[in-house]
Design a protein around this ligand. Sequence first.
Ligand code: NDP
Length: 251
Amino acid sequence: MSTSLFNLAGKRALVTGSSQGIGFALAKGLVDAGAELILNGRDEAKLAKASEAIGARQCLCLDVTDHKAVRSEIDAFEDRTGPIDILVNNAGMQHRGPLENFPPEAFERMLATNISSVFNVGQAVARHMIDRGAGKIINIASVNTALARPGIAPYTATKGAVANLTKGMATDWARYGLQCNAIAPGYFDTPLNAALVNDPVFSDWVQNRTPAGRWGRLEELVGACVFLASDASTYVNGHVLYVDGGMSASI
Ligand code: NDP
């Protein structure tokens, strides 16, 4: 198969939450595949450091939970700089705690960060993609889309919703030439998971529970992202691609 199917030269990609962790790794992978990157996060200094590290030309410093700001910033950004061809909705958060005592304000913040953001940025960017009759949207779900674990029920709920919103996006927007899919990562070592990585009992559990026998490496998410961002996936729509070392395939 020709590697040109995966070539992203001439494409512009926005990755939300790309100042660190999975978003940064995906942004770097998309740059390596030829795309021009637009980084996003809420912290200017972190974004400047990340863009220097991967040679990204543009940053959108923006809180993706703010629907009004997202709409106006994306519209202005497209007018000023040109089309966003690829959107990766990656920004997300975690808050762990027993469901019976889970603070309602943390629940609301998680809904806003993990699922409303996908609606906000997805809708704002898709309106322009629909006008152009082409576009790629990749939402970052989780192995918790399919499976719960003690202490993360609200997170599990949001990631289930990300998968279903992905299917809804595909159902509404495939007819306009968009492909909307999700990647569901297993356990990866990022700042979001620092408490788990540093807990030997949890880390042993991950290694024993994952058929691959180890945590994921960030670069192992890149192939799935490039595939879903490229011409290699023009008839793939509404799919949730698990990149989890086989965790969701086994009990
Ligand atoms: P990190 O906490 O390491 O990074 C989160 C990123 O999102 C940061 O760049 C942060 O920047 C940004 N961010 C958070 N809130 C907002 C906001 N409201 N507006 C804009 N940017 C925001 O997380 P990970 O890299 O670990 O996770 C990334 C995604 O992958 C999440 O959706 C997560 O649920 C998912 N995931 C992670 C797994 C893992 O093993 N790590 C496994 C499965 C899924 P800043 O705070 O500066 O704004």
